[in-house]
Design a protein around this ligand. Structure first.
Ligand SMILES: [Zn+2]
Length: 426
């Protein structure tokens, strides 16, 4: 009973009134006054030191893109110790099931396992004045620690819900992982999935309800190669890319819808005195509009081709009869866009939790695991798991756990808002 009715009321109250006059949170205390829920909320406050220790242990298990297995195994043990039925699917997602009273009705809480840091990165965590320093300590060891802590708090308090909850540690959120873990999960559970709450990083001052669409493309230019002196004039893949990139970056992009590009990687060449036989680059294209994104990708491909054509022409003009350059483009990743309706019960559940906890959060658009369910029309949000961090995706990443209980309680209350408490079982 809890979920269905309350969500509808929450949705309508939220839609109808400014959040701060008619306080939807008035409804939440009923649930939050449930002794078991209060016990779980209390535990998330008293256990923060243990949760931080667990976060450090998780963060110190390397999980580069496509190599999440070792960390996955560790998190699987933690979820099993919180009473969940745990299995690992064929792409490496760790799925812990907490059965609810109404079968076939699933709510997913997911945190990605992978980091951006390549094999060999020193992931040791340094503690200084209560702050934690280490690659991936926040993104996403914070989310994984919260996933385990919330599962454990519900288990210890014996909270029963209507919906079955899947606690998932998924793979492939970062970079070229291309959201492959969440794609597999949505494919597997699509029919029963009521919503997805993705936990990513720290903080409580936002809720991502819109998916930023992006495309990542790798361009490779190949040519005859040669000696820099005796073969001068032969077409050079690096020169061609330079000509193309110079054209591309000069082109204006839309501010509204916000559209961006980034040539993030470029490589090629064997030695300074050789004309390279191959050079390549990787570009990240993003936009709030899929149409703009499509136009930007077309323009990118055209300008790179123009750069290659220009280099081939220059070579002909120098009277050099060499095999012209050729180009191949590989799509490395496509992240679809999508948006959660403003009157969504899921958003109302997060807002109600915010109101109950006295937290303020803004709506955001970004590229997260939520992109996939949102693009599939399944309600989804991505939120932080509390505390504060800086330097994500850099080796200077750090995390301050102070105040993390607010984030943990927000996750629990939003989750219960969607899964519903089975008061018959309480
Ligand atoms: Zn992340």
């Amino acid at each position: 009973m809890f979920c269905g009715v309350v969500c509808v009321i929450l949705a309508s109250v939220t839609a109808l009134s400014a959040r701060h006059s008619l306080r939807p949170a008035r409804l939440l205390p009923d649930a939050a006054s449930e002794p078991r829920v209060r016990q779980a909320l209390a535990q998330l406050g008293t256990n923060t030191a243990t949760i931080t220790d667990e976060q450090v242990r998780i963060s110190e298990i390397p999980a580069p893109p496509f190599r999440e297995a070792a960390r996955g195994e560790y998190v699987a043990k933690l979820l099993a110790s919180a009473g969940l039925k745990v299995h690992t699917d064929e792409v490496g997602n760790v799925v812990g099931e907490r059965t609810g009273s109404s079968p076939g009705d699933l709510v997913m809480l997911a945190a990605h396992l992978d980091t951006v840091f390549p094999v060999g990165t020193d992931v040791h965590v340094r503690r200084e004045d209560g702050r934690l320093y280490g690659p991936g300590i926040s993104d996403n060891a914070t989310g994984l620690a919260a996933l385990v802590a919330v599962a454990r708090a519900m288990h210890d308090a014996e909270i029963e819900t209507r919906s079955t909850i899947l606690f998932v540690a998924d793979v492939g959120e970062e970079g070229e992982g291309n959201l492959r873990g969440m794609r597999k999960l949505v494919e597997t559970y699509r029919k029963q999935l009521r919503c997805v709450i993705a936990l990513d990083g720290s903080s409580t001052d936002y809720v991502t309800t819109a998916a930023l669409a992006s495309r990542r493309v790798e361009i490779t230019v190949t040519g005859p190669g040669g000696h820099s002196w005796s073969d001068f004039g032969a077409p050079n893949p690096i020169h061609a890319l330079a000509r193309g990139v110079a054209r591309f970056v000069k082109m204006p992009v839309s501010d509204n819808p916000r559209t961006t590009f980034n040539v993030g990687e470029i490589q090629g060449g064997t030695s300074v005195n050789s004309i390279p036989a191959k050079a390549s680059l990787k570009v990240d294209l993003r936009s709030e509009s899929e149409t703009e994104l499509g136009k930007l990708e077309t323009r990118f491909r055209e300008t790179i081709q123009a750069g290659v054509d220009e280099e081939n022409a220059a070579s002909r003009e120098r009277g050099v009869s060499a095999k012209p350059l050729s180009v191949t483009a590989t799509v490395l990743g496509v992240r679809p866009g999508g948006e959660l309706p403003a009157n969504s019960p899921l958003l109302a559940a997060v807002h109600a939790a915010d109101d109950y906890l006295g937290n303020r959060s803004r709506i955001e658009r970004s590229s997260t695991d939520a992109n996939i369910p949102l693009a599939a029309g399944i309600p989804a949000v991505s939120i932080g798991a509390g505390g504060r961090s800086s330097g994500a995706h850099s080796s200077n990443e750090s995390y301050d756990p102070a105040g993390r209980e607010l984030g943990l309680r927000r996750v629990l209350l939003a989750l219960l808002g969607m899964a519903g408490i089975d008061s018959a079982a309480h």
